[in-house]
Design a protein around this ligand. Structure first.
Ligand SMILES: Nc1ncnc2c1ncn2[C@@H]1O[C@H](COP(=O)(O)OP(=O)(O)OP(=O)(O)O)[C@@H](O)[C@H]1O
Ligand SMILES: [Mg+2]
Length: 250
């Protein structure tokens, strides 16, 4: 029996999830199943009601990400159950439900509830020691990477950036991501993002100011950053600083 009860011959896993997966390519007859979404770095395919395949388009190795997801799962942290298939492929539990971003946009959750949920995920994650030292940090913990699963509650996905490190850096990165949306005047969500940021900064335990410069540096050098987004990092950093100083004086 392989981890998570998924033997290669498990009748619940369609033929395409067999270790001999079809060659890479995100559409057409070679696709392992219907394409759910094409993200910046990876394609996510629905294999069945219960499984998705996340495949790095440029062939990056997913084994480090897999090991970390298994590590936090073993500590009770909410992640999709994963089984690595090798190379760029991660087979995982398919979650059903809106992302936190979709739920906030639909008014199903208040901004305060959303901020509290993000702060709680940080708190729980940072209680887990990383195998490489420090605590586990996700470094992309934003509302688009939280799926509100019907039976499981909030589940954190997209562990591509995760590693061992210092908790305040993780908090600073989340604050910065929210602030980038807030300072993007043309964006639809800028007002809501500003309120979410203020609530998040008020809800977190860790001081984020000591790690803000490092977070800004990281965000500007993130290869996943959309063109022009780096221009938002400086004003976003200033906004985070202002809110963090306000919160510190409360
Ligand atoms: N386990 C899962 N169950 C159901 N849907 C999933 C699962 N994992 C990922 N998805 C879907 O695929 C999308 C992209 O996943 P993920 O964030 O891991 O990839 P990404 O390449 O980083 O994408 P992005 O650039 O959009 O962040 C998610 O927003 C979600 O809609
Ligand atoms: Mg993502």
């Amino acid at each position: 029996m392989t981890p998570y009860g998924l033997a290669p011959t498990d009748p619940d896993v369609p033929h395409a999830t067999h270790p001999l997966l079809p060659p890479q390519g995100h559409a057409g007859p070679d696709a392992p199943g219907p394409l759910l979404t094409a993200g910046e770095a990876a394609d996510v395919y629905a294999l069945s009601e219960h499984h998705v395949l996340r495949r790095y388009r440029r062939g990056e190795d997913a084994s480090r990400e897999f090991a970390l997801m298994r590590h936090v799962a073993a500590h009770g942290f909410p992640v999709p159950a994963v089984q690595h298939l090798g190379g760029p492929d991660l087979l995982m539990e398919r979650l059903h439900g809106p992302t936190l971003l979709q739920a906030l946009a639909a008014g199903e959750l208040s901004l305060h509830q959303g901020a509290a949920l993000l702060a709680d995920l940080h708190r729980r994650l940072h209680a887990i020691a990383a195998p490489t030292g420090g605590v586990v940090i996700h470094l992309d913990l934003h509302p688009g990477n939280v799926i509100l699963s019907e039976p499981r509650g909030p589940v954190l996905i997209d562990w591509a950036n995760a590693r061992g490190g210092a908790a305040p850096l993780d908090v600073a990165v989340t604050a910065l991501i929210l602030a980038e949306v807030a300072v993007d005047a043309g964006g639809d969500y800028s007002q809501a993002a500003r309120a979410l940021l203020a609530a998040f900064v008020g809800a977190v335990d860790e001081p984020l100011l000591p790690s803000l410069d490092e977070a800004m540096d990281m965000r500007c050098h993130d290869p996943a950053l959309v063109a022009g987004e780096c221009d938002l990092v400086a004003p976003a950093g200033a906004l985070v600083r202002a809110f963090a100083e306000l919160a510190a004086h409360r």
